[in-house]
Write a protein that binds this ligand. Sequence first.
Ligand code: ZN
Ligand code: ZN
Length: 329
Amino acid sequence: MAAEFLVKLYEYSPVFYICVISVCFIITTTALLGYGFGFGIPVILQSIDEAESFSPVPEKKMVQVTNPFALEMGTTAGTVADGVGLRPYCLEDCVLTCFWGCGVQALQAVLQKHQHRTRLSTPRSFQEALQFHYLHCQTFHVQKEERDECFTELPADVGVWDFGPLPRDRYPLVAVLTLANAEHRDSYNIVASVTVLHVPDDKYRLSARILSQYLHTTQGNTYDLKPLFMSTDSGEQSGSSTADTGPQTKPPEEEAEEPEKEEEEPGAPGRDCVVCQNAPVNRVLLPCRHTCICDGCVTRFQHCPMCRAFVVESFALANQTLPEGESEE
Ligand SMILES: [Zn+2]
Ligand SMILES: [Zn+2]
């Protein structure tokens, strides 16, 4: 049809035909080059990145708190039959209470209970709150700032060698750290740390590891500790999880019910920003939790340079780089 029309047009007037073809060519070319010719034709050849207009990534408000408790797996990779080594490190004298075969529902109830009614800050209060829904309880006294490994095992006379097929109604091991002296409970915001551990047995051989960690505060809040993902290139820190990186502070993250946020102690300084390679890493990007850029570079990205996830907000690991006199809103 169109070809027929063009042939007729050419027969009628070759000059007019050439003019029509030329006009079509010019319109197409100008549209592609982005001049638009006043027709509101979108710019096609312009880079998408250039067109993006940056609005600064919002800063998440955080509060720095001192966490007196830290717990990591010991050197002996354990099993339910052989027991497991735990390495607590505490800023004060503490009590480590190991609940073997702790009921999943009972533990959830305990975490709720702390928020609603009773403040759980002693091994006894945990035992009662768990309503003895555990198979065996073992207690260790942890000296202030000692890194001794505590070896805990499920006694043979309990007669349990595995916790059955998945899904399970009991956690293999729950380790609770509480302050040994009552007077210290007033000097720390955090009164207890609850660590849920997986310990392998014949039915489920996944190696021993920390599944989750919670902190109880004096105000009755429970924080779920979440990992930060940062490079381990320039230090021996385990890095992949804040739960494992040093005892002084941890970033308990609130579940969006209060405006304030907890903040972590500065990590090993001098880690290079992956973008400018010229300043220490100081920014945690949310929600992906990659910790890979400096304060300067955070303003230049809306997507995480590691995983390309959209950055909803960010917070600083250490706030020493804030300009003087500037309040944190
Ligand atoms: Zn940078
Ligand atoms: Zn990321």
